[in-house]
Write a protein that binds this ligand. Structure first.
Ligand SMILES: Nc1nc2c(ncn2[C@@H]2O[C@H](COP(=O)(O)OP(=O)(O)O)[C@@H](O)[C@H]2O)c(=O)[nH]1
Ligand SMILES: [Mg+2]
Length: 280
């Protein structure tokens, strides 16, 4: 099964804080899709990746090696990561040449470990627009442990909205590694994603317990909730969807998100619907 019209397939950029599960999602998504006969093109844009467990159509490490950057520019690992991200982005056209014309149903892109290397380097937004060709979206992964506290959860909502604002692409928030959370905790976090009032109450309760300065915690909570309300008002954040690469859960939701935006793959979609129904 291939894209029928010869245009580049929709592109999913997987983003999130270091260790959030980006590379694992690319692996599990590709594996899941293969089973359904959906052709997923995986791309690695992380020059610092030690190894990847998916089949990349394009691997940025073929262009840029982190150890070479360290040697050549006499940099430590952190400096080299930053320079490597910029070097990759400066070769956006070369990268695009290698992946354009590849036929597949959907492309999923693994991004550097640290989200700021991807989202907050000027050169990277260029890369996103060259590779995305106007048919791209973001899968933002929430870290499950950070999501376990109201303030950690809110911080990730804010980070996700900043990345969304920065790159200007449709964004869906997924709760990564949901298998690591107790069912009650998982429900609680999903409720925070659905209901700002519940989140607000939890945040006030938490800041009352943890604040060092009298009153400062309340102000902090008020600020954060105010931001989230504005986002909700602007319909920026469509809630939170549980995902587990380990248990292979949520991959269909990742695909549906892209399909809802970009449509296409009509014959494939009939196939998915049947298969997904079957799984239940
Ligand atoms: N239990 C569990 N662990 C996961 C899952 N996804 C990733 N991990 C683990 O989390 C760690 C970081 O994952 P990785 O995909 O490398 O994160 P990245 O830095 O965002 O690319 C690894 O040890 C993975 O095995 C998941 O769905 N469930
Ligand atoms: Mg990774």
């Amino acid at each position: 099964m291939t894209a029928q019209d010869g245009t580049t397939p929709p592109v999913l950029f997987v983003v999130g804080t270091a260790g959030a599960g980006k590379s694992s999602l690319v692996t599990s998504f590709q594996r899941w899709a293969r089973f359904l006969d959906i052709d997923v093109l995986a791309v690695n844009l992380d020059p610092g990746a030690e190894r990847v467990h998916y089949d990349p159509e394009f691997d940025v490490r073929d262009l840029i090696s982190l150890s070479e950057v360290m040697d050549e520019y006499d940099l430590g690992p952190n400096g080299a990561q930053i320079l490597a991200a910029d070097l990759v982005a400066s070769q956006a056209e070369e990268v695009f040449e290698q992946i354009e014309g590849l036929s597949g149903d959907i492309m999923i892109v693994d991004t550097p470990g640290q989200v700021e290397l991807f989202a907050f380097r000027e050169a990277s937004s260029h890369l996103v627009h060259v590779l995305g060709q106007g048919r791209a979206c973001l899968i933002f992964l929430f870290d499950p442990l950070l999501s376990s506290t109201p303030s950690g959860f809110v911080s990730q909502m804010l980070l996700s909205s900043i990345v969304h604002f920065r790159l200007g692409l449709p964004t869906a928030n997924f709760l990564s590694k949901s298998d690591l959370l107790e069912p009650e905790k998982l429900d609680k976090i999903l409720e925070w994603g659905d209901n700002l009032d519940v989140l607000e109450a939890a945040l006030y309760e938490e800041s009352a317990q943890h604040t060092l300065y009298e009153g400062a915690g309340g102000q902090r909570a008020e600020f954060a909730i105010g931001q989230l309300r504005m986002m909700q008002h602007a319909a920026i954040q469509p809630g939170l969807i549980p995902l587990s690469s380990e248990m292979e859960e949520g991959q269909a939701d990742v695909l549906s998100f892209a399909q809802n935006i970009f449509g296409g793959m009509s014959d494939a979609r009939d196939g998915f619907a049947g298969d997904i129904e079957h799984e239940k």
